[in-house]
Design a protein around this ligand. Structure first.
Ligand SMILES: Cc1cc2nc3c(=O)[nH]c(=O)nc-3n(C[C@H](O)[C@H](O)[C@H](O)COP(=O)(O)O)c2cc1C
Ligand SMILES: C=C(O[C@@H]1CC(C(=O)O)=C[C@@H](OP(=O)(O)O)[C@H]1O)C(=O)O
Length: 359
């Protein structure tokens, strides 16, 4: 039963959306990482439900309690346990779908796989679980800070509204200045309007979160199987509601000729760099020192407030409609989740790289 991620810097999450709480065990984090609890709080606030009019209205403070693995502000090299209490479950919103299946949520597959289904709030399949990933991601970011590595995600598309600028033409930190987390204020406004309109129509809409990882050393990733982009892809595709992943030139690259697409090597001081970066910072599964960038596509989420046709456990036709609090569009809250999964992946590969050759 796989509830874990990572090989050396490893996380295991636990908990259900309407249970007592959720949390994460981090195993393999080296001793001596400076832990800033305020930074954990900032990350949790960026993901928490109820943060604006364009997210689910469930109210969770998502305070993280560190139960182990940190002493006097530093990791001890032993497992960290981070715990988050659930506070605002409204399980009766799910009573009507106890025995029926929401189209495109995980109700049917969980029921068939386990035969036991915690239908309250989606149970383990709820994106509530991602709060634990963000808490662990905050620790991974603090580990990466010791290496000067920075991870920054932002919303680049909602429905048809798409950022037209390249990441290097924008100040990505400005994404945190608006509730949709898009670094371009004008595009952000259009995105917010579209999400709000969609919510009023009792529907949902999808979008794209883009992510940039800077200052990655050369040499992270394995030449076969655990290629860096393959594991990043797994990390991103393991997030609820993700339907697509691309890095570097991605799907657009197929339109180019090799002569345009190849990243020519040049010497800059005593460093070897590339003139362009269609490779997205990874060649042959191994980081080449350039920026790693990727796009993660999120579907319009399953629970819509309008009536939908479905079936119950016995196969009878039923009508289901969402009740309670749901996200009309997940991308504003998915930004810190994408960052967390990217940070966890890179942290793991930094540790793995230490075993690749004699220094
Ligand atoms: C940040 C975030 C918030 C989400 N909020 C909701 C929600 O309010 N309602 C819902 O039906 N699905 C929501 N989802 C998506 C479901 O968790 C997801 O669709 C479900 O687990 C089925 O998995 P799949 O879509 O990956 O197949 C959310 C996903 C993310 C990443
Ligand atoms: C609770 C969170 O988001 C939830 C994700 C979610 C889903 O189906 O994924 C469904 C909703 O659950 P509930 O009906 O229990 O409020 C969201 O609010 C969270 O992100 O912390």
């Amino acid at each position: 039963m796989s509830n874990s991620f990572g090989k050396i810097f490893k996380i295991t999450t636990y908990g259900e959306s309407h249970g007592v709480g959720i949390g994460v065990i981090i195993d393999g984090c080296p001793a001596g990482v400076d832990v800033d609890e305020d930074l954990i709080r900032v990350e949790m606030q960026r993901r928490k439900p109820g943060q604006s009019k364009i997210t689910t209205q469930r109210k969770e403070e998502d305070e993280v309690e560190i139960l182990s693995g940190v002493f006097e502000g530093k990791t001890t090299g032993t497992p960290l346990a981070l715990s988050i209490r659930n506070q605002d479950q409204k399980s009766k919103d799910y009573s009507h779908i106890k025995d029926s299946y929401r189209p495109s949520h995980a109700d049917y597959t969980y029921d068939k796989k386990y035969g036991v289904r915690d239908y309250r709030g989606g149970g383990r399949s709820s994106a509530r679980e991602t709060a634990a990933r963000v808490a662990a991601g905050a620790i991974a970011k603090m580990f990466l800070a010791h290496y000067g590595i920075k991870v920054q995600a932002y919303v680049s598309q909602v429905g048809d509204f798409k950022l037209k600028k390249h990441y290097s033409q924008m100040d990505l930190s400005r994404a945190e200045e608006n509730i949709v987390r898009c670094p371009d204020a004008e595009t952000a406004e259009k995105m917010i309007e579209l999400i709000d309109e969609t919510r009023k129509n009792r529907d949902t809409i999808g979008g794209i979160v883009s992510c940039l990882i800077e200052n990655v050393p050369v040499g992270l990733g394995e030449p076969v199987f655990d290629k860096l982009h393959a594991v990043l892809g797994q990390a991103m595709l393991s997030i609820n509601a993700v339907k697509g992943f691309e890095y570097g030139s991605g799907f657009e690259g197929v339109k180019m000729y090799g002569s345009e697409h190849n990243d020519v090597f040049v010497k800059e001081g005593d460093k070897i760099v590339t003139r362009t970066n269609h490779s997205g910072g990874i060649q042959g599964g191994i980081s080449n020192g350039e920026d790693i960038y990727m796009n993660v596509a999120f579907k319009p989420i399953a629970t819509i407030m309008n009536d939908q046709e479905s079936i119950d456990k016995e196969g009878n036709k039923v009508t289901v409609s969402g009740k309670g609090r749901h996200d009309p569009c997940v991308v504003p809250r998915a930004v810190p989740i994408v960052e967390a999964m990217a940070a966890l992946t890179i942290a793991d590969f930094i540790l793995r790289a230490k075993t690749s050759k004699i220094e």
